[in-house]
Design a protein. Structure first.
Length: 93
């Protein structure tokens, strides 16, 4: 289940949060960990594109925790679900 606690933020009851920061970039958070994900808001009705290569590490102080390919895929899926909850198309690059 999802909620929208404020504009451009989608929160999941599964413990993660996605915040679109503007036309480029988003913040993905899980508990105390967060990271910047390179993204782009596409033209109206075209959705949001994320760039999976930018999912490399958590922000400090968790920056030394490795992100496995499986974890990266889970993060992409979580972002996909949050974006689609808002009825926006989702593009992965």
């Amino acid at each position: 289940m999802f909620s929208v606690p404020r504009v451009n933020v989608v929160k999941s009851d599964s413990g993660y949060l996605v915040e679109v920061l503007g036309r480029t970039g988003m913040k993905y958070s899980e508990g105390e960990r967060s990271m910047f994900v390179d993204s782009e808001v596409l033209s109206v009705g075209k959705g949001i594109q994320i760039f999976t290569k930018s999912i490399k590490k958590w922000d400090p102080p968790h920056h030394e925790e490795p992100i496995s390919p499986e974890k990266r895929a889970a993060i992409v899926n979580n972002i996909r679900e949050a974006i689609q909850f808002q009825n926006e198309p989702f593009v992965v690059d």
